[in-house]
Design a protein around this ligand. Structure first.
Ligand code: GSH
Length: 222
């Protein structure tokens, strides 16, 4: 191939090595990200993280308004899981997880499947207030199911939601486990963490459970 004649006084310029995926530019900009969980992520993050904080986000309320046909339900009997509803007066307690370096891509890849592909959730940036340092809020990524996603069920009376939860199960387990593990977390957060919607559903489940749990007498008739 004919070489272009170069100026004999100018040495050929060797291209500077571009940063590659294997050797990203080390300009001290280490990747770090906080991920806010307020439903199953509270008790089963299932991704590697470097740090975690209990705390809350303002301007959102948690609602069991997302249908789930995989983790806690089926196509015939969709379960109910939580999403965040924009609510100026709202406050939702959960856990923020810090992922760093390679944990970032691993966590996002995993959550994209678990939350977005299988769950219908979108990502949204929220401001998270750690319980211990509410004066030092953090930017965090949250997975929110909007009314535009096909699995969205929207509002229903808490008694109806409780009935649906009692009747459903999916690949991750019974929908009741999902409800009670979240209620357990809220108990641990202490009296300042209130969620009236969650408490009303737990109360409705407690009222209905005897009807779902046959007595010894009823079992004897089987
Ligand atoms: N995005 C919320 C809710 C997440 C959630 O509950 N997603 C469902 C997908 S429909 C899930 O991962 N379920 C796993 C399980 O139920 O164990 C969170 O941050 O916790």
């Amino acid at each position: 191939m004919k070489q272009e004649s170069a100026d004999p006084n100018t040495p050929p310029r060797s291209p500077s090595p571009a940063p590659s995926a294997q050797h990203p530019r080390d300009d001290g900009d280490a990747q770090a990200l906080w991920i806010f969980g307020y439903g199953s992520l509270v008790w089963r993050p299932d991704f590697a993280y470097s740090d975690s904080r209990v705390g809350f986000v303002r301007g959102y309320s948690r609602r069991f308004w997302q249908g789930d046909t995989f983790h806690r339900g089926s196509d015939k009997m969709p379960g109910r899981v939580v999403t965040l509803l924009e609510d100026h007066e709202g406050c939702t307690w959960g856990v923020a997880y810090q992922v760093q370096g390679e944990q970032v891509s691993e966590a996002l890849k995993y959550l994209n499947v678990r939350e977005a592909v299988l769950g219908g959730y979108d990502t949204k940036e929220v401001t998270f207030y750690p319980q211990d340092t509410p004066d030092q809020p953090l930017k965090a990524l949250a997975y929110v199911a909007t009314p535009q996603n096909p699995g969205y069920l929207g509002p229903a009376p808490e008694e109806a939601i409780a009935t649906q939860i009692l009747a459903c199960r999916g690949f991750s387990g019974h929908n009741l486990e999902y409800l009670l593990r979240l209620a357990d977390f809220m108990q641990l957060c202490g009296p300042q963490a209130q969620d009236e919607h969650l408490a009303a559903i737990v109360d409705a489940v407690g009222t209905m459970l005897p009807c779902f749990c046959p007595t010894e007498q009823a079992l004897a008739l089987v």
